[in-house]
Design a protein around this ligand. Sequence first.
Ligand code: NAD
Length: 342
Amino acid sequence: MIKGMLRVGINGYGTIGRRVAHAVSLQDDMTVSGIVKTKPDYVARLASKYYNIYVPKESDVKAFEDAGIKVKGDLSKLIEDSELIVDSTPEGMGEKNIVTYKERKIPAVFQGGEEHKIVEASFNSYSNFDQAIGKKYVRVVSCNTTALARTITPIHEMVGVRRVNATLIRRATDQNDSSKGPINAVEPSLKFPSHHAPDLKTVLPIKEVETVAIKVPTTLMHVHVIELNLEKEAKANQIIDAWKSKRRIAVISGKDGRSSTAQVMDMAREVDRDRSDLYEIPIWKESVFVSGNTLRYIQAVHQESDVVPENIDAIRSMMQILPKEESIEKTDRYMEINGSAF
Ligand code: NAD
C-alpha cells in the first residue's frame, strides 16, 4: 500500500462491488484493502489474483481454503484493515451491516437498494456532492436515479426545472443473472409514482416529480423517456450544449446506426474499457424536443456501471479528500470517462 492512500474495503463483490473495487484500484489516492466474498466460486478465484479475499464469518474460511483460495480474515478483520467500507451487498443487507460499521466507527458508502433513511445523505456527484462532505454514512442513489439526476442537473442549473415526469423502461436483470425474469412479459410498477420519484428528491431540490417504471425482458440497459417543465424557455441547442459540457453524459445520434440499446452497448464494447462498461449516460440527440417550457428527451442507462464513478466521488466527499470539481475531474481522468468521445 502506498502511503497516503485511503484503504477501502469492499463488502459484497457482485455487479456493483467488483466494478467499484476496480475503479478504486485505478485512483491514486485510494486502494482496495480487500473484498468480501460469500462463496469460493469462479468470481472469488479470479478476484484473488488482484485483491485480498475476506469472508463474512470465520466459519466460512474452510470452504475457501478447501477450494484453494487464500483468505485474509473475516469482515471484522477487513474493517480493522480498512478506513472506509463500500457496502455493495444485496438490497436491504446494508441496513443490517450499518449496525456493525457504527459499532466499529468506520465510515461506509451504501448503494441504491438501501433506504435513504438509514444514512446521513444520499449522493449524486453533479447534484449534491457537498451534502456528503464529512458525513460517515452515505448512499449512492440507484442506477435509474443516478441517470435522472445526472442529466436533469445541468438543465436545472441553466434554466430551472419545475416538474419532472419520467417513464422508466427497466431491464429485467443483469447479464450474469439467469435466475430472474420476466422472459416473456412486460411488468409495470402498477403505482404512481414508482419509488424512483421520492428517490430523486433525496438528491435534487425539485418538488414535483412523477415516475412510472415498466420492466421488460432485456439485460443490456434501461431506457428513460423524460419530460421536464422548465422555469425559463431554452432552445434545443442550448440544452444539448449544457449536456455536452459534462463528461458523464454522451449526446449520441441514432442516424449513424445507434438506434437502440443493442448498438449503444456494441459501441461501448468497441471502446477499450474494462468489462465494456458505459459509465456515461447516452441521450439521443434526435429525441430532444422543445416546445415552450416543455423539454422531452430519451436516454439510456448502463445499469451495471453508471453509479461507479459516483461511489468514488462519494468517498472523496465524505473523507474530505477533494472538493467537487476536482474529485469529478480526477475520477473521470482515471476511469477515462468522456462523453464527447462517443
Ligand atoms: P449482486 O447480487 O450482483 O451482488 C451482491 C453481492 O453480495 C453478491 O456477490 C453476493 O454473493 C454478495 N453477498 C451476499 N451476502 C453477503 C454477505 N453477507 N456479505 C458479503 N457479501 C454478500 O447485487 P448488485 O446488483 O451488485 O447490487 C448491490 C447493491 O447495488 C444493491 O443495493 C442494488 O440495489 C444496488 N445497485 C445495483 C445495480 C444493478 O444494476 N445491478 C445498479 C445500481 C445499484
